[in-house]
Design a protein around this ligand. Structure first.
Ligand SMILES: NC(=O)c1ccc[n+]([C@@H]2O[C@H](COP(=O)([O-])OP(=O)(O)OC[C@H]3O[C@@H](n4cnc5c(N)ncnc54)[C@H](O)[C@@H]3O)[C@@H](O)[C@H]2O)c1
Ligand SMILES: O=C/C=C/C=C(\O)C(=O)O
Length: 485
């Protein structure tokens, strides 16, 4: 039986309490292994190890030496690519074709890219003084200290390393709390850190749940200097409360209810292809995913018909099935949640255009967390299904008549993470993108990522920006040194 242990101070350790929880594969609900659940003691040991490592050889390294180490980590992830791929696909059930193009390569790239951007020059200002001699102001960056990284299950390695990469590049140390659903790749990354000579205590992993478990123990630990979180908005609120004690900084990447805006002057096939990806890739479990699609009335029927044709072609199957492009949801628990929204949609008056239920996958897979990709129409704008984040493979498609109406509908949400605008009219694209209340506006594309750009959400989708030099705000402490000449 595989055991997932904590990785603390360069070693794999068990929980003193002996508390373990099960890790199951959502493809068929088979048992992958048991995970050690951290109590306050293990979390405390991990945080203290991270604190001590700041003062050790890690803290004395130059930026260049750290960058070289990050390059090595990226290379080692690529050398052990198949192991990361196996681990991620077993934990999430996602198609290998997807994880091998997105999750694992980005896991490696997150170390390489941030080694670069964190070396960004600091500012310098010469100022006049009354005596005429002047003064020089020089920006100076130091690490924040111990960063707690709390991450979700949908893109486990990608989202965790999107934080660990810049945190280490800035010279911090980290304690990671991966999602209880997906402990494997974070655990494996510990081996990579040791193989690359990362000093003990720089990268730590503690396993467990949120409330009254590893997540809460970590985020309330007084020696944690800052907390970066990706997950649900309500969890973000709980973490902010914990962070308020001792005034610790937070970076929050939270939920979304992202709109797609499809104008009659779009390239229809591009819009259909892009919306298919944005609604259904990773079984709809992408924070940037589109759950509300607004389509200009003159092409509404055509767009809907093409979407239904494409959904009918999605191939559900095991991760290793080369034909499969659609896996299960992450867990039976999440399947119950998504299914409850499918039922609610009917109660709220939706027309179920396609899907809406649980597929028959055959005896071997019926125990898994499978659900049908689903399209609805006809819901009122205040329906819960249109307003709440479902985080499943589903979207509601609704017609609009004018550009202003489309913008108003798209912005009528508490969330503000991302949107996708489909039009061949560039003036319109810019005009609409500027009015969208989101952190990320894609035009004729979706989830196209340049890691130098800012990443984060408006409204209840997040706080702060990570990505490129924007992460420096959070991962580094900037000091102004004023030198009187
Ligand atoms: N904006 C983004 O970049 C982004 C990216 C991916 C996912 N998400 C969001 O994540 C959600 C899905 O992921 P999830 O279900 O794992 O989210 P979640 O909020 O349930 O859990 C995220 C992490 O927080 C931990 N946690 C839960 N309660 C906690 C507490 N009280 N204190 C400390 N830690 C706690 C969990 O154990 C897990 O590791 C969706 O809402 C999705 O939109 C956002
Ligand atoms: O599910 C959310 C996806 C987030 C993606 C990123 O954080 C990224 O591409 O850096």
């Amino acid at each position: 039986m595989k055991e997932f242990k904590h990785f603390i101070n360069g070693e794999y350790v068990s929980s003193a309490s002996g508390k373990l929880f099960e890790n199951r594969c959502p493809v068929d609900n088979s048992l992958i292994g048991k995970v050690h659940e951290a109590g306050e003691a293990e979390v405390d040991t991990a945080v203290r190890a991270a604190k001590a490592a700041l003062k050790g050889s890690w803290g004395k390294m130059t930026q260049k030496q750290r960058s070289e180490m990050l390059y090595k980590i990226a290379d080692r992830i690529n050398e052990r690519f198949d192991e990361f791929l196996d681990a991620e696909c077993l934990d999430t059930g996602k198609p290998r074709s997807m994880a091998s193009h997105i999750d694992i390569p980005r896991g490696a790239a997150n170390f390489k890219e941030f080694a670069e951007s964190m070396s960004h020059p600091t500012e310098g200002f010469r100022m006049d003084t009354p005596d005429g001699a002047g003064a020089l102001n020089v920006g100076h960056r130091t690490p924040k200290g111990v960063i707690a990284v709390v991450s979700p299950w949908n893109l486990p390695l990608l989202l965790m390393t999107f934080k660990v990469g810049p945190a280490l590049a800035c010279g911090n140390t980290v304690v990671v709390k991966p999602s209880e659903e997906t402990p494997a790749t974070a655990t494996l990354l510990g081996e990579v850190m040791n193989e690359c000579g990362v000093p003990p205590g720089v990268f730590n992993v503690v396993h467990g749940f949120g409330p009254d478990s590893a997540g809460a123990f970590l985020t309330s630990h007084p020696l944690v200097d800052a907390i970066t979180f990706t997950g649900e908005t309500r969890t973000g609120e709980a973490i902010m409360r914990a962070a308020s004690v001792g005034l610790r900084n937070v970076s929050m990447e939270c939920g979304g209810k992202n709109p797609g805006l499809v104008f009659a002057d779009c390239d229809l096939e591009k819009a259909v292809g892009g919306t298919m990806r944005s609604a259904f890739v990773n079984c709809g479990q992408v924070c940037l995913g589109t759950e509300r699609v607004y389509v200009e009335r003159s092409i509404f029927d055509q767009f809907l018909a093409r979407m239904k044709e494409e959904v009918a072609k999605l191939k559900l199957g095991r991760p290793e099935d080369p034909e499969a492009n659609f896996g299960p949801l992450v867990s039976l628990e999440h399947r119950d949640k998504v299914k409850s929204y499918y039922d609610l949609a009917r109660e709220e008056g939706a027309t179920v255009e396609i899907g809406g239920g649980i597929p028959d996958m055959g005896a071997e897979l019926n125990g898994g967390a499978w659900i049908e990709p689903t399209i609805w129409t006809g819901l009122p704008d205040d329906a819960r299904v249109v307003r709440e984040e479902i985080f499943g493979p589903c979207c509601h498609i609704r017609p609009f008549d004018t550009e202003d109406e489309a913008i108003a509908l798209a912005n009528d949400t508490n969330y503000g993470l991302a949107c996708a605008i489909w039009t061949e009219n560039s003036a319109r694209a810019i005009r609409v993108a500027q009015q969208m209340e989101v952190g990320l506006a894609w035009v004729n594309s979706w989830f196209l990522r340049d890691l130098r750009t800012s990443f984060g959400g408006a409204k209840q989708s997040g706080l702060g920006r990570e990505g490129g030099v924007h992460g420096l705000e959070f991962y580094a402490e900037t000091k102004n040194i004023c030198i009187k000449l």
